[in-house]
Design a protein around this ligand. Structure first.
Ligand SMILES: *Cc1c(COP(=O)(O)O)cnc(C)c1O
Length: 411
């Protein structure tokens, strides 16, 4: 295919997607109204953009950010900090905050995200939860849904402290978990044991569906600010929202017992975190449209894709299955070539800390590792899947896709 044919292919795919795109725009409007209201109700003012240094006592902006997050999630409390390196760190801090030696942690969505393996102790590490005597067990998904029967009998026979549910698929071929399934499984869990703490890894899922896990009974929800809610502007950080007593524990673990959430200098990032949240509804919509366009186009090019363009989505991630390491590598390199930063760099697979297989990543982003910006990555293992996500604007997402296909044709 030459460049003109590629553009024709992409535009003909795009013309099939008008209705789907219009429903995405409606969800973006829904969340924009929520964010605007939360900013107004919580008196967001210019003074909130001031920075604190040192201990970070009395940071008006930080408190306002946390109140705004509380309102957007309809949660009792929230902690939103740049002291969380990213989502993985917030997940780790939350697990260490909630679990004590002898406690049992149960994942009901199969193997957790790669960076949690050494946190939990699935992979050996002298600082893991296992090294402190925290036990771990796992129930796999069946046919992309929870194993309701197994969960029921497990909870009747074991005292579980924390149940972890990862919504987005990570580097797997399963489907991401929609809110209706989360709703059903939480009702089941709470009917058997109302004290178990339900913790959701919500990475990539924010503002995709109109209901969030707090609204269906989750106790604590964790996500990354270099993904959806950072809106591409937050330079790092993560959020944890949930019940007041649990968020208090997370604060005590993030900083130190006794000082907890009272400390934490924001060093000037408040404005970026707030403006990022302001843009997030629209940026998530652009990312979703980019993923859906890529799904339709790559399907037309005879690759297996998941989700398909017209399937309902729980997150912004698009899988494209190449069944061939070279094609995967070329596609990822192509996305890099369609990025604004380091477009001349040619990514290669490498041993990334926290991941078991070699991973190749296109990351031509303004913020290092940001995957709400157009990005694409995949572990070098069969069936050689590219995980595509992000797109700060739909036009840049579309251009990135066109350039990736051009690169594949040329190389
Ligand atoms: C990206 C991701 C994480 C980790 O978030 P980072 O901000 O990259 O550390 C955790 N869980 C899931 C499901 C993810 O997709």
């Amino acid at each position: 295919m030459n460049s003109r044919e590629i553009i024709e292919l992409v535009e003909s795919a795009e013309s099939e997607l008008k209705e789907i795109f219009s429903s995405i725009d409606k969800t973006a409007y829904f969340y924009s109204e929520k964010v605007l209201n939360a900013m107004q109700h919580n008196n967001l003012s210019e003074g909130c953009f001031n920075e604190t240094t040192g201990y970070g006592y009395n940071d008006l902006g930080r408190d306002t950010i946390e109140n705004i997050y509380k309102e957007v999630f309809s949660s009792e409390d929230a902690i939103v900090r740049n002291q969380f390196v990213s989502g993985s760190h917030a997940l780790s801090v939350t697990l260490f905050a909630l679990l004590r030696p002898g406690d049992l942690l149960l994942s009901i969505s199969g193997l957790p995200y790669d960076t949690l393996h050494e946190v939990i102790g699935i992979k050996d590490n002298n600082s893991s939860l296992a090294s402190f005597g925290v036990r771990y067990d796992q129930i796999d998904l069946v046919d992309d849904d929870f194993d309701y029967e197994k969960i029921e009998s497990y909870l009747k026979n074991n005292k579980v402290k924390v149940i972890e549910i990862q919504r987005s698929k990570g580097y797997s071929t399963r489907k991401s978990i929609t809110i209706d399934k989360i709703d059903r499984v939480i009702k089941l869990i709470k009917s058997i044991d109302k004290d178990v703490i339900i913790m959701i890894d919500n990475c990539y899922c924010e503002m995709v569906e109109r209901i969030n896990p707090i609204e269906v009974g989750a106790d604590v929800v964790v996500g990354s600010l270099i993904k959806n809610l950072g809106g591409g502007l937050a330079p790092n950080g993560a959020y944890v929202v949930g019940s007041k007593n649990l968020i208090e524990l997370v604060g005590e673990r993030l900083t130190l017992p006794g000082e907890g959430r009272e400390v934490g200098p924001t060093l000037g990032v408040n404005k970026q975190i707030l403006q990022g949240l302001f843009f997030a509804p629209s940026v998530v919509a652009s990312s979703l449209k980019t993923s859906i366009l890529a799904s339709r186009v790559m399907e037309k090019l005879n690759y297996k894709v998941s989700p398909k363009y017209d399937e309902s989505r729980a997150d912004i991630v698009q899988n494209i299955e190449f069944n061939d390491p070279d094609l995967l590598i070329k596609f990822v390199q192509g996305i890099q070539s369609g990025s604004p930063v380091d477009s001349n760099a040619i990514p290669i697979a490498w041993d990334m800390p926290g991941y078991s297989d070699q991973v190749i990543m296109a990351a031509g982003s303004f913020t290092q590792g940001s995957s709400i910006e157009l990005s694409c990555d995949g572990p070098i293992r069969a069936p050689y899947i590219a995980y595509l996500q992000g797109g700060l604007t739909y036009d840049y997402g579309k251009l990135g896709l066109i350039k990736a296909i051009e690169y594949m044709e040329k190389n």
